[in-house]
Design a binder for this molecule. Structure first.
Ligand code: FE2
Length: 321
């Protein structure tokens, strides 16, 4: 399937006054469109012509030598801009600060949200010429700020892009993104850009990156029965199962978590005798499959529920001694 230009998820003037309508129109309709057209031209007749654009840029080594340069620039440009439109939203819906687990992860990685913004702005301002500033999720699920040149993307890998990781936020620092309104004042553009960052979309991308590595740990409990732990991508246990008589029983419990985790209505929120909130995950026949740890607050418990819902997509089951 050839690449196509995605529609903007809002009107061309929706990001005013922070990003002007003329810039948006040219940026999307001319620049992004050119990456799509030229990327399709470069891919024509190659074995990757039918692959997803993200898969192509993750595997540039498979692109024939004479096409690699144009594919890197144009398919990279298409992937980067497709994300860029999505991580922005009109002021009011966009802007502000992230919440929940994303906010916690940003504080853990950078000290505070303001310190993160400073580091991100410095990455964009310090990128000589054209390129991008990124917030990425590393293989160990921590967060980093990186930048790339031209239309490189961290997904291309360190050898090509000079950095790696799963991007969850990207800021275009090419002059075409800001010159009409801000001329040479890239830092002013980046400062205004925070007003239109769509943090709920970034949180969704973050959750996706974490869930990619969620897994189930199957083991025998102290009494010799089988049980499992559901672990989030960051390695934390979010749910501990009941004890089962056999390993098959435990695997059946995992199957139940997967099907029930998709349906948030079967989480039962409870409070312990000591007043600590926790939740129980019930199978569709109302039998409990597992219970969470005790949480410090109802809000923290909601994070646990969400972690189970994300992790229900996990396929990795590991038996441990
Ligand atoms: Fe751009």
């Amino acid at each position: 399937m050839p690449m196509t230009l995605p529609a903007l998820p809002y009107a061309q003037d929706a990001l005013e006054p922070h990003i002007d309508a003329t810039t948006m129109g040219i940026h999307h309709g001319k620049h992004h469109n050119a990456y799509v057209t030229n990327g399709n031209k470069a891919l024509e007749g190659t074995p990757m012509a039918d692959l997803d654009a993200v898969e192509i840029i993750k595997n540039l080594a498979n692109v024939p030598d004479d096409k690699r340069g144009p594919v890197r620039n144009n398919v990279g440009g298409h992937v980067n801009h497709s994300m860029f439109w999505e991580v922005m939203a009109p002021a009011g819906k966009g802007g502000g600060a992230p919440s929940g687990m994303l906010a916690d992860a940003i504080t853990k990685a950078f000290g505070s949200f303001d310190a993160f913004k400073e580091k991100f702005a410095a990455a964009g301002a310090g990128r000589f010429g054209s390129g991008w500033a990124w917030l990425v999720v590393n293989a160990d699920k921590s967060l980093s700020v990186v930048s790339t040149a031209n239309q490189d993307n961290p997904l291309m890998g360190k050898a090509i892009a000079g950095c790696e990781g799963q991007p969850i936020l990207g800021c275009d620092v090419w002059e075409h993104a800001y010159y009409l309104k801000y001329q040479n004042r890239r830092p002013d553009y980046m400062a205004a850009w925070w007003n239109v960052v769509n943090w709920s979309k970034v949180a969704q991308l973050y959750a996706g990156a974490l869930a990619a590595n969620a897994w189930y740990e199957v083991k025998k409990d102290a009494g010799g029965k089988w049980m499992f732990n559901l672990k989030a991508g960051n390695g934390e246990v979010v749910l501990t199962s009941e004890s089962y008589a056999s390993k098959d029983g435990a695997l059946g419990g995992i199957a139940s978590v997967r099907s029930n985790g998709l349906d948030g209505t079967r989480f039962e929120r409870r409070t312990s005798a000591k007043g600590e909130p926790y939740f129980v995950l019930l199978a569709s026949n109302k039998e409990p499959i597992g219970r969470s740890e005790m949480y410090s607050s109802p809000a923290a418990m909601e994070n646990g529920v969400q972690a189970v819902m994300r992790a229900c997509g996990a396929t990795h089951v590991e038996e441990v001694a």
